[in-house]
Structure formats: structure tokens, C-alpha cells
Design a binder for this molecule. Structure first.
Ligand SMILES: Nc1ncnc2c1ncn2[C@@H]1O[C@H](COP(=O)(O)OP(=O)(O)O)[C@@H](O)[C@H]1O
Ligand SMILES: [Mg+2]
Length: 308
């Protein structure tokens, strides 16, 4: 069984009689990057604030590494690193001095060697002795992440960390997140940016109007991971021959163009489908597994939802 880092059940926040987070439950396992996706105002920040004890819950329970957030708050917080809104630093101190300051406040012992390693991990080694007021937005973000993982928490929580990050920054950010997960810290990230989330997360929780409306397991490749039926796009100059084989094998055609056909087929049938096709003289120019993007699936699920 996988190790549960966070279990949230029935989380609800009511303000003025209105539930802005409404009975949300989910689990984060060790080694996972979970994306919390939803339009602005959906309730992401409110949910994260409840998970980190920054605001009270109207209903629901949270356990972090099997500790109850109400009864064992301290133990829980020792296993969480979070950046909610903008990380706060002493601007007139260097990055290093800021991290040292934070390390001194931690209940765990954090050595200079650990700080150095994490500074290296977030790629701030060259500028760590500069004053934070000289840092760019991206550097401040990385310093924030360094601060949040200094005590090697089981869970890192980042609220909308991708706002204002350029494509190169995104790439570096993704690598950093993978690296952090490999070092044993699971990650919860909130965002209203669909495409970025899709590239980053293993699983996506979609939140709309305070409710958890969908959970999407992201499959990196249809062929590698999907059991049962898969969709294939076949490219060939011999559509009539291809059609003959499709009929003979009793397959379903999803769409057909001048030199492309999309079919639905059992994964197990693919090798014999290709073998027969080659023997029948079909020139295959491409056999491509079709994986709809999260955006396509999301639009289908919500019949034109509000996420952009
Ligand atoms: N303290 C509060 N009092 C009243 N309404 C609030 C409060 N905090 C948040 N809200 C409302 O709750 C909803 C969810 O807000 P928030 O959690 O910040 O969403 P998100 O982070 O997904 O953009 C919004 O409609 C917001 O206006
Ligand atoms: Mg928010």
C-alpha cells in the first residue's frame, strides 16, 4: 500500500452561511505531485489555509503523516513546508542569512551543510551571499522554496507559484519539483493554469465553486500505461486497404480523413493489427497513440467549463 502523507476528509469552510470550500476530501501519497486546479475564486487558497492551520475549519479532518492536525498540530507542521502568497524575507539580509535565520527557528537541527545542499538544489549558489533586495522574482521564489524545504518536510505546499513565471522558468521549476519529490517530499501545488498543471502533476484535483468536481490521473503515455481500449491514429496512403482490415478485425472507426484514420482497439490487439496490415500490403506512415490533452478532457467533462 502506498504511504499516505496527507489525508483530508470533508473539508468545509463556511463564511457568512456560504460554503466557500464545500466538503472536499483527498489523499496525497508519498512521491506524488498533486495539482489543485481551479479558476480564480474557486477556493484553492482557502483550502490550503485550512490544511496548514492558518484558518479554522468549519468541518472536516486533516491528518499529516498520520498525525491529527487538531491534536498534534506541532508534529503536523514539522512535516509541512509552505509558500502561501508571497514569501516574506528580510530584504537587507543576504539569502544565506535569511535561511540561517529560518534554520535557527526550526525545531529540527539544520546544519550549514544541509543549507548549502538545498541552495545548490534551488540553483542559488552564486547569489546566496547577495542581499535579497537585489533578487529577481524568480530568485525570491527559489529562496522561498529553499526555506520551505530546509527542514525536509514530508509535504511541500505551494499556492499559485507559477504566476508570472516565463517558459524557461517553468522548465526549471518542473525540474526542481521532480528533484524535490525524489528527495522524499510530496508536493501540493495550486494553480489556475491548466497547461502548466498538466505538465507538472501526477494527479489533478479540479475545484469549482468550492467543490471538488473531478480527479484526473494523468497518464503520460496511452500505450505505456493504459489498460484495455486505446485510441490510435493510423496514417497511410492506402485508406481502402486499411478499411478492409478494420472491418475484418471488427474495430471501431472514430474518424476518417484523406490519409488518416482514428480507431479504437484493445491494447493487446495492436501487434496483430499491425502484422496483418503489413501482410495485406498497407504502407503504414504512422501508428500514433492518441492521448487527449487535459484541456480536451476537461472541456468534455464539464461541457465547456470556465477554466482557461
Ligand atoms: N475571509 C473571507 N471572507 C469572505 N469571503 C472570502 C474570504 N476569503 C475568501 N473568500 C471568498 O471565497 C472564495 C474563494 O476564495 P479563494 O480561496 O481565495 O479562491 P482561489 O484561491 O481559488 O482564487 C472567493 O469567492 C473569495 O472571494
Ligand atoms: Mg488563491
Amino acid at each position: 500500500m502506498s504511504e499516505e502523507v496527507l489525508v483530508a476528509k470533508g473539508l468545509t469552510k463556511k463564511i457568512g452561511g456560504k460554503a466557500i470550500v464545500d466538503s472536499i476530501g483527498f489523499t496525497i501519497n508519498k512521491g506524488e505531485i498533486i495539482g489543485l486546479l481551479g479558476p480564480n475564486g474557486a477556493g484553492k487558497t482557502t483550502l490550503i489555509r485550512m490544511l496548514t492551520g492558518l484558518i479554522s475549519r468549519s468541518e472536516g479532518t486533516v491528518t499529516i503523516n498520520n498525525n491529527d492536525l487538531d491534536k498534534e498540530f506541532r508534529e503536523c507542521m514539522e512535516e509541512v513546508g509552505a509558500i502561501i502568497e508571497n514569501p516574506e524575507f528580510y530584504n537587507y539580509l543576504s539569502g544565506w542569512e535569511n535561511l540561517k535565520q529560518f534554520a535557527r527557528m526550526s525545531r529540527k537541527t539544520i546544519t550549514d551543510e544541509t543549507i548549502r545542499r538545498i541552495v545548490e538544489q534551488v540553483k542559488l549558489t552564486e547569489s546566496i551571499q547577495d542581499k535579497v533586495k537585489t533578487y529577481s522574482l524568480g530568485m525570491r521564489q527559489r529562496l522561498g522554496i529553499a526555506q520551505a524545504i530546509l527542514h525536509h518536510p514530508a509535504l511541500l505546499i505551494l499556492d499559485e507559484p507559477l504566476n508570472g513565471v516565463d517558459p524557461k522558468g517553468m522548465h526549471d521549476f518542473r525540474e526542481l519539483m521532480r528533484d524535490i519529490v525524489e528527495s522524499g517530499t510530496s508536493i501540493l501545488i495550486s494553480s489556475h493554469l491548466l497547461a502548466e498543471m498538466e505538465q507538472l502533476a501526477d494527479k489533478i484535483l479540479i475545484i469549482e465553486n468550492g467543490k471538488l468536481t473531478h480527479i484526473e490521473e494523468l497518464k503520460k503515455s496511452a500505450i505505456a500505461t493504459q489498460e484495455g481500449m486505446v485510441q490510435l491514429i493510423i496514417e497511410t496512403a492506402e485508406i481502402p486497404l486499411l478499411h478492409k482490415e478494420i472491418v475484418e478485425m471488427g474495430l471501431t472507426v472514430l474518424f476518417c480523413e484523406e490519409n488518416r484514420v482514428m480507431i479504437e482497439i484493445e491494447k493487446d490487439q495492436i501487434p496483430s493489427f499491425i502484422n496483418h496490415g503489413v501482410q495485406a500490403g498497407i504502407p503504414f506512415y504512422g501508428v500514433i497513440p492518441y492521448t487527449p490533452t487535459l484541456e480536451e478532457r476537461f472541456l468534455e467533462l464539464t461541457k465547456g467549463g470556465s477554466l482557461k
